[in-house]
Structure formats: structure tokens, C-alpha cells
Ligand binder design. Structure first.
Ligand SMILES: Nc1ncnc2c1ncn2[C@@H]1O[C@H](COP(=O)(O)OP(=O)(O)OP(=O)(O)O)[C@@H](O)[C@H]1O
Ligand SMILES: [Mg+2]
Length: 332
């Protein structure tokens, strides 16, 4: 398998040519990191007249090679892009696929430009306002995605199992080895109180079973993005917002995507966004279930491994945690 490293230009160029992704006369003038990412190898290839993005999955987390990760996640991403191509409104905000090479676990994508993602919205009010203004488009895009009829049955069990551990399990265990007090003094005690709350933990477990597809939900199973948060939103050169990185996509509970989005609006202090006013849900959709997935996302981002670049003190974190616990105890 080819190694997608910036210093492997000659081999990469040969492969791109063999795959028919570049013309005979085209040369890779430069290979550089495409942007911030942990899971995969992602490079921008500069061909002089044009650029393209190359993304490769490896059987571990690219940034932390001692942590194993599902090797074939890039195939899921490729399958997601194929399925989305059937809906023009969905495809319009995704990068076009130039090609997929299963043997080398390599995906070539249209370059949406060097515009940053939206993870600055947690700390920067101007960025948060941009996210607020992009929210209607993002929610309409999600409506179109969730509206795709008869999507291919993308199961993505391996990535779902990995995510399940990080979202529904690790943050609620007192023996998870995380030093939360090093992040915010006093946070560890809040985590212990959540882990002791049997009603909260029981509800989180039930939501995790629905996420895994092991328990039923009322809503129609739809094609989800699976990681619908500001790190997956890019500011394109033309001023529009675009969506990338569907490696956690699967066919399942639509409320999960909406819940994750709601949680990140809260972290960006954008609770005023009218999510339900812009999202056209599939049949059987439950606002309460979406709010509960939002609550779990809040808890796991504050108490779990995948921390966000927040600027928040203990009282702010306590307020988010308390609100999340209340939502999980709300009548359904
Ligand atoms: N099609 C694209 N056009 C422009 N930039 C891109 C494109 N795809 C990826 N990037 C850049 O590369 C970065 C990493 O890409 P991506 O999020 O797909 O990788 P990842 O390894 O799955 O990341 P993570 O560990 O956050 O899941 C993005 O944040 C973005 O800056
Ligand atoms: Mg990713």
C-alpha cells in the first residue's frame, strides 16, 4: 500500500497517473498537509493549474499510531459520497469525488480551498456569528441528506462501535483514567456526580443502543453524516459553507445528527438558532430524542476524550452539564 506522506511525491504522482486522476503532462509541484485532522492522512496536491485533496485511512489513528482504528473507514466515506451524488442538493455542498482506490485506501477529492473549518466558533464571537448565519443552509442540507430515498444500507459497524465507546461509554465511567481536573479544576467531581446518576446513565445507555441499531426508534432510518459538528464544516473560497468528512456516516437514527449539531450550537453560545424551524424531519422524527442526543454530546465533549477548543470555566461547564442531565431526565 502506498504511504500518503508529503515526502513520497514520486510514488504518489505515479499512482495518481496510473489511476487516471491526473493527466500525462501534470506533475505534483507540491504536497502539503491539507488542514488539521487526526484520524487520517490528508494532503493537498498542487498540480500547478489545479489542486486536489488526497485522503488515506490507515489501521490506526494517523496522528497517534499506537491507537488502532478501523482500517477501511475511507471505503465508507467513498460509499457515502456515492450515495449522496444521487441528490443534487446534497452533492452541491460536498466536495466532488475525483476517484477512489480501494487497494490503497485512497480517496481523491475536489479541493474546496484553504478556508478554515468552524471550530473557531467556540472561542471567537465573529466566527460564532458566521456559524449562526450558516446554520439555515446546514440544516437544509441535513434535511436533503436525511431525505434521500432508499439509501444504500451503509452499516459502518466498526466506526459506530468506536464512536459508541467515546460518546456513550467512556465519559460515564469513573475508571476511565482521564484527568479532568487538569483541564478545569473541579470538573472531575462533576463527572463523578454524572456517573453516579443512575437515571442519566441508564438513559445514555438506551440512546447508545439506538445509535448502534440495537434498539428501535420511531423515525425512519436515514443516511446520516455521523459527525455533524463545526470541524466538518468548511468555509469555501466562494463564501458558502461546505461539508466534509462523512467517515462516521451510516443509515440510522436522524436525531443523532441534529442532536450533535444542537450541542455544538450551545458550545458556540448560539442557543437562539431555530433548529426546528429550518430542519425538515423525516417521518416519526422526535424533537425530544434529538435534544437527548444533544445532551449526550454535551456531556461527552466535556467529560470524555475528544475535548473541544472551548473557552469555558467551571461554572459554564457546570451549567451545560446540569442542563444536559435535565434533558436526559425529561419525560419522553
Ligand atoms: N475537500 C477538501 N477541500 C479542502 N480542504 C479539505 C478537504 N478535505 C479535507 N480538507 C482539510 O483537511 C482537514 C482534514 O480533513 P478531514 O477532516 O477529512 O480529515 P480527518 O483525518 O478525518 O480529520 P479528523 O481527525 O478531524 O476526523 C480538514 O479540516 C480541512 O482543513
Ligand atoms: Mg474525520
Amino acid at each position: 500500500m502506498l504511504d500518503l506522506f508529503a515526502d513520497n511525491r514520486v510514488a504518489i504522482e505515479s499512482l495518481l497517473r496510473a489511476n487516471g486522476w491526473i493527466e500525462d503532462g501534470e506533475r505534483i509541484e507540491q504536497l502539503a498537509k491539507a488542514g488539521d485532522g487526526n484520524m487520517n492522512r490528508t494532503l493537498r496536491a498542487d498540480l500547478g493549474e489545479r489542486t486536489l485533496i488526497l485522503k488515506q485511512s490507515v489501521p490506526f489513528v494517523a496522528k497517534y499510531p499506537d491507537i488502532a482504528a478501523p482500517a477501511d473507514r475511507i471505503s465508507v466515506e467513498a460509499e457515502f459520497y456515492r450515495a449522496s451524488a444521487t441528490a443534487a442538493a446534497v452533492a452541491a455542498r460536498l466536495p466532488k469525488v475525483i476517484g477512489f482506490d480501494a487497494d490503497n485506501r485512497l480517496l481523491a477529492l475536489e479541493d474546496l480551498g484553504v478556508g478554515a473549518d468552524f471550530t473557531d466558533a467556540y472561542r471567537n464571537r465573529k466566527a460564532a456569528i458566521e456559524l449562526r448565519d450558516a446554520a439555515p443552509d446546514l440544516l437544509q442540507w441535513l434535511s436533503a441528506l436525511h431525505g434521500i430515498e432508499n439509501p444504500p444500507r451503509i452499516a459502518n459497524h466498526a466506526m459506530r462501535t468506536l464512536n459508541h465507546e467515546h460518546i456513550f461509554d467512556i465519559p460515564f465511567r469513573t475508571d476511565n483514567g482521564l484527568d479532568l481536573d487538569a483541564l478545569t479544576p473541579g470538573l472531575a467531581e462533576l463527572a463523578r456526580a454524572v456517573a453516579r446518576d443512575r437515571e442519566v446513565v441508564g438513559r445514555v445507555r438506551a440512546l447508545g443502543e439506538i445509535y448502534l441499531g440495537d434498539a428501535a426508534h420511531e423515525s425512519r432510518a436515514v443516511l446520516l453524516h455521523g459527525d455533524f459538528y463545526p470541524g466538518s464544516f468548511l468555509r469555501a473560497a466562494d463564501g458558502t459553507v461546505r461539508i466534509i468528512d462523512p467517515e462516521f456516516g451510516f443509515v440510522g437514527v436522524p436525531e443523532f445528527d441534529i442532536g450533535v449539531f444542537i450541542a455544538h450550537l450551545a458550545f458556540a453560545r448560539l442557543d437562539e438558532v431555530d433548529v426546528d424551524g429550518h430542519y425538515q424531519p423525516p417521518n416519526g422524527y422526535s424533537i425530544v430524542l434529538a435534544r437527548q442526543y444533544a445532551a449526550v454530546e454535551v456531556l461527552r465533549r466535556l467529560l470524555g476524550v475528544a475535548q473541544l477548543p472551548l473557552e469555558a470555566d467551571l461554572p459554564s461547564k457546570r451549567a451545560w452539564i446540569d442542563a444536559a442531565c435535565r434533558a436526559l431526565k425529561a419525560p419522553r
